[in-house]
Write a protein of this length. Structure first.
Length: 129
């Protein structure tokens, strides 16, 4: 039986992270490829990070830029923050479900192809807090 449900729910709401964030789920690129791009922008201001992403010739840069723009829009609309004051507090990519495919090989055998997906999360924060 559940005990103290209302108190536990209130404690979860009180301890919830209020920083603006955005998540892109089931993106068809491996987390390691996105992680390389996320390492470039982690800790930078929002404007610097967008400038870096526009000039990086990596596959994950377009995805990360979309997620960052979404997080900045969430910050402006939901939290009333300005894009000038934002910086990338956290950025990470976790693994999503893997699509399993096969390719034929010699003598009737087959090799498995793993098409990896990822969930990309960007959390912004304000410098002036």
């Amino acid at each position: 039986m559940a005990k103290r449900q209302k108190e536990k729910a209130a404690a979860r709401r009180q301890n919830a992270d209020t920083r603006p964030y955005a998540v892109a789920k089931y993106v068809r690129i491996s987390p390691s490829k996105v992680g390389i791009v996320l390492d470039l922008v982690r800790g930078k201001s929002y404007n610097d990070a967008v400038a870096v992403l526009e000039n990086v010739p990596k596959a994950g840069s377009e995805i990360v830029k979309k997620v960052m723009n979404s997080a900045a829009a969430n910050a402006e609309h939901n939290c009333g923050l300005s894009k000038i004051d934002l910086y990338v507090a956290e950025a990470y990519a976790g693994p999503g479900p893997t699509l399993k495919r096969i390719t034929p090989r010699a003598k009737g055998s087959a090799d498995r192809i793993l098409k990896r997906t990822s969930h990309v999360t960007v959390i912004l924060d304000s410098k002036t807090e």
